[in-house]
Write a protein that binds this ligand. Structure first.
Ligand code: DAT
Ligand code: MG
Length: 141
């Protein structure tokens, strides 16, 4: 059985606030491995692929604008049940109600913007993980 992989992003708010190390630290101290890592500036085409499920939603344009507002860090992490495990480390989407102890619950809050700014992305299923890893790491299977 091959080890599960997930795609994690530190979003522009996390990079701006100097939280890349904190996010990586939480991934590593939980016991997951970092398999790949890159910093990049996302463009509209890449985000349309990554956020395909959200195209057309009211927050889509603000989401794309936010995700292009600065560099992001893309990470492939691995370990048994890492997809579920990182979603648990990240906390729920809305940082106001994300549990204390989670990345979003400890480090993010409502900024009053049209799109929720919540520091990190984590794949939500094995299918999403495989698709998203290919988008950010085209040579990485
Ligand atoms: P998650 O990132 O927890 O998987 P998602 O995939 O539903 O959440 O949405 C992607 C991002 O879009 C999310 O991290 C923040 C933003 N977002 C989601 N729902 C929103 C809403 N109702 N209003 C504003 N922004 C939203
Ligand atoms: Mg999602």
């Amino acid at each position: 059985m091959s080890t599960e992989k997930t795609l994690i992003l530190v979003k522009p708010d996390g990079v701006r606030r100097g939280l890349v190390g904190e996010v990586i630290s939480r991934i590593e101290t939980k016991g997951y491995a970092i398999d790949a890592l890159r910093m990049l500036q996302a463009d509209e085409a890449l985000l349309a692929q990554h956020y395909a499920e959200h195209v057309g939603k009211p927050f889509y344009d603000p989401l794309v604008e936010f995700m292009m507002s600065g560099p992001i860090v893309a990470i492939v992490a691995s370990g048994n049940r890492v997809i579920e495990g990182f979603r648990s480390l990240a906390g729920v989407t809305d940082p106001t109600v994300a549990a204390p102890g989670t990345i979003r619950g400890d480090l993010a809050r409502d900024q009053g913007t049209k799109v929720i700014q919540n520091l990190v992305h984590g794949s939500d299923s094995p299918e999403s993980a495989a698709r998203e890893i290919q988008i950010f790491f085209p040579s990485n299977k």
